[in-house]
Design a protein around this ligand. Sequence first.
Ligand SMILES: N[C@@H](CCC(=O)N[C@@H](CS)C(=O)NCC(=O)O)C(=O)O
Length: 203
Amino acid sequence: MLTLHEFSLSGNCHKVRLLLSLLSLDYQSRLLNSAEREHKSESFLQLNPFGQTPVLTDGDTVVRDSQAILVYLARTYGADEWFPQDPAKMAEVVSWLAVAANEIARGPNALRLHYKFGRAINIDEATKITTQVLSVLNLHLQTRHWLANNTLTIADIAIYPYIALVNEGKFDLEPYLYVQNWMGRIEHLTGYVTMPGIQRFSD
Ligand SMILES: N[C@@H](CCC(=O)N[C@@H](CS)C(=O)NCC(=O)O)C(=O)O
């Protein structure tokens, strides 16, 4: 049985929920109590010594980190396209997973952590990174439907949640038309699931 150890308001957890749903996989949710700092408890640190969600368990297999979980689910349960074995195609997907772990985390995610949850951050720096990553995404998506390999992959799933939640970070997506169109395409996928705070661009 798949178990997702998660926070309900986490975009990193949401990307896993989204892929689980798109792949029609049954799983149980194990919601952690952040107020009681359950993610820093002895038992949870056994699963992830960094004390962070999401963690996925699949029988005896334990996978921490949202990007790693997407890779695991795609290769174990999905069609090859989700995370292709062809080296060049795989590298293209990984290049976007790296953006999710770096620029998205330091930009859109940081702004939301500040404005929604009160985290102290460098607002100018996070705004600059967010503006840059959205400009790159918008240009990239001007001539493409999906981020990598001209098909839906875990790159799209890894990048989507914190872009769709960036309005909670007081950042306006209005100038980024091609990003909006891409978000609309994701919202139309069979099995798409949303979460509180997500801004939708489909009708
Ligand atoms: N690189 C990790 C980041 C995970 C992360 O920052 N998780 C947050 C929730 S979105 C968390 O558990 N924060 C609690 C903490 O760091 O103490 C991933 O992508 O899974």
